[in-house]
Design a protein around this ligand. Structure first.
Ligand SMILES: Cc1cc2nc3c(=O)[nH]c(=O)nc-3n(C[C@H](O)[C@H](O)[C@H](O)COP(=O)(O)O)c2cc1C
Length: 187
């Protein structure tokens, strides 16, 4: 059982070469976390395994983002998201997370994985404003209202959610190579 920390307005900063990985069952219960996950979040492996992934949920995150995440994964579609996470210390860290799906030999969903890297200042700036607006709408009009807000935001940009994220977070140069190699090792 993990107690919710007191939220602090302080950032955990970590190297952009430090990839944070976790794996959950289809209910979001943590099955595996890598060393970087523990280092950045401040939790040990044994504290995290068996807990729901929401132990890292930061109150600044709109519910609508997690609604989209689960809707997508449970319908068999991989997705990416920018997430503000809550460390054990109460500090926060922003990540760009790519979520993937593993199926068993019968094609049934078996587990989900998330591969994360630190989000740049530019990415955080954009997402912070968007998420703050979504949260405000969510308080008045619920998740449905917040999803509609996101839809209108994307419509104004004439982009799908995937296009918007791709445009914002796409890794470049050496970092792109490093990430692709790391993901190959994981699979
Ligand atoms: C593979 C995987 C990784 C996840 N990683 C995170 C994470 O790092 N932080 C987080 O807040 N939620 C993460 N989630 C989403 C949580 O399961 C949960 O939906 C979210 O924290 C919101 O919690 P709530 O539904 O209890 O409000 C992840 C889910 C999956 C499937």
């Amino acid at each position: 059982m993990i107690y919710r920390p007191i939220v602090l307005d302080k950032e955990v900063v970590f190297s952009k070469k430090k990839f944070i990985v976790s794996k959950t069952d289809v209910d979001g219960i943590i099955l595996f976390v890598n060393k970087n996950f523990c280092e950045v979040s401040g939790y040990t492996q044994s504290e995290l395994v068996g807990e729901p992934h929401s132990v890292l949920r930061h109150p600044d995150m709109p519910k609508a983002i997690f609604y989209m995440l689960w809707k997508s994964l449970l319908s068999g579609m991989e997705i990416s998201a920018v997430v503000k996470n809550l460390a054990k210390s109460g500090e926060y860290y922003w990540v760009i997370a790519d979520f993937s799906i593993k199926r068993d030999k019968y094609g049934k969903l078996e587990s989900f994985s998330s591969f994360r890297r630190i989000a740049s200042k530019e990415v955080i700036e954009v997402m912070q404003i968007l998420y703050a607006e979504m949260l405000l709408v969510e308080r008045r009009k619920g998740v449905e209202g917040s999803l509609r807000y996101l839809e209108n935001f994307l419509e104004e940009k004439n982009m799908s959610y995937e296009e918007f994220l791709e445009d914002l977070v796409k890794p470049k140069g050496i970092l792109a190579l490093l990430i692709n190699n790391f993901k190959k090792v994981l699979n």
